[in-house]
Design a protein around this ligand. Sequence first.
Ligand code: ATR
Length: 275
Amino acid sequence: TLLYGVIGDPVRHSKSPIMLNEAFRVTRINGAYAAFHVVPGSLEQAIAGVRGLGFRGLNVTIPHKIEVMRYLDEVSEGARAAGAVNTIVNDNGRLIGYNTDGIGYVRSLKEEVEPELAGKTIVVLGAGGAARGILWALAQENPARILVANRTEAKAAELAASFPPELRISAASWSSLRDVCSSADVVVNTTSVGMFPNVDETPIDPEWLKPGSVASDLIYNPLKTAFLQEAEKRGCRIHGGLGMFIYQGAYAFEYWTGQAAPVDEMREAVLESLG
Ligand code: ATR
């Protein structure tokens, strides 16, 4: 049996075991995937355990995505740009860190609502870890520009400035969002606004969105945030956060096994477990 798992704190509510074990079942790979509760002080030992037990792969979730990088043999360019590792591949004893969150988000956005991001204007709301995680992957699609806006504006400026200028990522002021959003092709919420239990809140006034543009939210609890509900009423195409979770897992599966992930079955399994 090939061993896989996810480490986090907390990790009990992770849907990754259900999703990845379904992927192994469908593809008839003899793999087993479990959730491991690892507190911050035990991270180094946990990674030593991965080596010692010969785990083939590991997902890493909060709060270890940044700290874990120091215990790996190699970190991919995308993971370095995202500042975080969520997937480890054990390549014959060499532990290589990847970030599949950002590319998983972009694959979901392209497959579910907007296949063409080249030349588009993308607005990212929020400048925390979640925003950082998707910016590099979005920039790989060659959009016209990416504008980052944050309530605490200095954080948006700092985040935008941390990427090379050729990626065309710049900061926009929070107060300019009305204008900025009215001419954007894609507006992505990466803030925590609208997350359970504050399900009635929206990060911006949805009236500012251009009809026909894409409204996207990284939040998947609830599956359709107030931001997306209002955007849909305005005639926007909407994209929820569940796809990012599914596709980050799909990429992890593909990196580990070299096989295409059974995305539809993985999504079904997760949706069923959400009730
Ligand atoms: P994550 O890793 O999920 O991005 P984070 O680093 O805590 O979490 O970032 C949370 C983001 O949500 C930040 O951009 C935060 O804005 P500030 O930097 O100004 O705090 C944003 N956020 C949280 N509550 C918000 C609110 N009520 N209105 C606007 N932005 C909010």
